[in-house]
Design a protein around this ligand. Structure first.
Ligand SMILES: Cc1ncc(COP(=O)(O)O)c(C=O)c1O
Length: 400
């Protein structure tokens, strides 16, 4: 350890004028696309058929997703946000919705677009997921629903959330944007709550370029979602309610189908790479990790570390600056927390200041992770983090 420390001390961090650790930027994430030759064959068939949207590839994709997740219905959309907006609309929700603030802002946008009053509650300091006890404490006669999120792919405490929802007759919607490939107590994400909405944008393990999927076991909701993604028109040109265009194209569905073939392998690979990251990073003081509860498997859509500025020597923001200078793309997911963003500052914080949310938003940093990242890249990233740690005092002086 001492030998390694001495070596790291000799290396000059890029922020102090040394050469960057990576010649070319290592991205925070990068889609792993299987054989493009196979994909182009499918695209040729689609162009030949003359059916570019909402036809057999979308149907096949929805069937494959039902099979993978075990949910009774899967409805393909053009984004997760639109899937959540339609779900809230189709369930006819009115009043207050309880949701986390430590999430990507799209969770909140979907509810706000439906005119719901947002009630932010705090997250668990270890799993970063919405705390079911705090959810229950925030319920009022106006509450109509709970929204929970698979933060970075880590499933929330679904059993407790389902109990609270049932007890208080509330709907439970899961923002599963990060959740495709996740397992909660042995079961694939997709069949929980009233509905789950997945994102298929390029930063996700399962991608269709852009796109989304809503899964549900409720036949009435499934029908409404299919109608809703087509302006509320069930195919009669007599629209039943105000939907919008949330359809998925055949080209996107073909990419989604191809991406699904490598999903299980990619979840396994990410879990292996995170194990390596954790083993190496644990040697450096001041770095902690999100906790995945026993019996669960995270998709690891993202890998985030929590930085203790005192023990590590640099704050999260200082580490962010220094790592980007090394050509290592890191992100402050999710900062600022949603309740602190301009669009959402006016909503009530029924839960004493959202202490855990603020703390994690201010101290967590996502490191590069994608399904084809190499062990050598991870070792080099960790080495660079160590170089920053041993040179922390000089870096701090330089940043002043
Ligand atoms: C937690 C969460 N919810 C929703 C979304 C929105 O997904 P989409 O871009 O497919 O609408 C994202 C996007 O990354 C997300 O991270």
């Amino acid at each position: 350890m001492q030998k390694a420390k001495n070596k790291a001390k000799k290396q000059l961090p890029a922020i102090l004028g040394g050469p960057p650790a990576f010649e070319k930027i290592i991205p925070i994430t990068c889609p792993t696309i299987p054989s493009t030759a196979d994909l182009f064959k499918e695209y040729k068939k689609i162009f030949k058929s003359g059916m570019l949207t909402n036809a057999s590839y979308v149907e096949a994709f929805e069937e494959a997703v039902q099979k993978y997740t075990g949910a009774k219905y899967a409805i393909a959309t053009n984004s997760c946000t639109n899937g959540m907006m339609l779900t809230i609309k189709a369930l006819g929700l009115k009043g207050e919705v309880i949701l986390p603030s430590f999430t990507f802002h799209a969770t909140a946008h979907a509810a706000a677009w439906n005119g719901l009053k947002l009630v932010f509650v705090d997250c668990d300091p270890k799993t970063y997921n919405i705390d079911p006890k705090k959810v229950e404490a925030a319920i009022t006669p106006q509450t109509c629903a709970i929204m929970a999120v698979y933060i970075f792919g880590n499933p929330p405490d679904i059993e407790s959330l389902e109990k609270v929802a049932k007890k208080h007759k509330l709907k439970l919607i899961l923002d599963a944007a990060h959740g495709f490939g996740t397992k909660y107590q042995g079961k694939s994400a997709g069949g929980f709550g009233d509905a789950e909405s997945f994102s298929l944008s390029p930063t996700k393990l399962l991608t269709s370029g852009e796109g989304g999927l809503v899964t549900t076991n409720d036949p009435d909701l499934a029908r409404k979602l299919k109608t809703g993604r087509n302006y509320g028109d069930p195919g009669t040109y007599d629209s039943e309610f105000s939907g919008f265009n949330a359809r998925m194209s055949e080209l996107h569905a073909a990419l989604g189908l191809t991406s699904l073939k490598v999903l299980t392998k990619n979840v396994q690979r990410r879990n292996q790479m995170v194990t390596l990251y954790k083993k190496l990073l644990s040697q450096i003081p001041g770095i902690d990790f999100q906790q995945i509860e026993k019996g669960n498997i995270s998709s690891y859509k993202d890998f985030s570390i929590l930085i203790d500025a005192k023990a590590f020597g640099l704050s999260r923001d200082q580490a962010y600056q220094a790592l980007n200078k090394e050509n290592i793309m890191v992100k402050k997911y999710f900062y600022p927390a949603v309740h602190n963003q301009i669009a959402f500052r006016g909503y009530p914080k029924r839960d004493t200041g959202l202490k855990n949310t603020n703390f994690i938003a201010e101290n967590s940093l996502s490191l590069p992770l994608f399904s084809h990242i190499t062990e050598a890249q991870i070792r080099k990233i960790v080495k660079t983090v160590e170089v920053l740690h041993v040179n922390a005092n000089a870096i701090k002086k330089n940043l002043k």
